[in-house]
Design a protein around this ligand. Structure first.
Ligand SMILES: [Zn+2]
Length: 127
């Protein structure tokens, strides 16, 4: 069943990548494959999502920074968790598409849970 937003996921701060991917594949009931492809000449999109009967395929641009690639993956996870058929985002697409906005919002919410430390003792180590 597609999730409505990250608040229903129940992830605590500091969720691990494997747990997040597991949640996505459990929700979609399909494996997800992530493949870095393309280059700086791949200009019309920085990521793509193709849904097949046996798996979901996320393509990301390997020339992007690791942080941006992660965000692109989280955006596509957003589409998967929201039950969308795919991603229509491209440089030529108007960004006010409701599905794109919802996936982008969920990507930011997932990122907050992924990047924050799970234990505030971790913060004390950093001062
Ligand atoms: Zn999208």
């Amino acid at each position: 069943m597609p999730a409505k937003n990250a608040s229903v996921l129940g992830f605590s701060q500091g969720v691990g990548w494997d747990e997040l991917v597991g949640y996505v594949t459990q929700t979609t009931r399909k494996n997800v494959r992530i493949q870095a492809i393309g280059d700086a000449h791949w200009r019309n999109a920085t990521a793509a999502l193709s849904r097949f009967p046996d798996q979901d395929l996320i393509l990301i641009r390997y020339t992007d920074s690791p942080l941006y690639r992660t965000h692109s993956i989280l955006h596509e996870f957003g589409h998967l968790l929201l039950g969308h058929d795919g991603c229509t985002q491209s440089k030529d697409t108007v960004r006010d598409d409701a599905h794109e906005q919802a996936a982008e919002l969920l990507a930011y919410q997932l990122a907050q849970r992924l990047y924050r430390p799970g234990d505030y003792e971790d913060l004390r180590v950093l001062g």
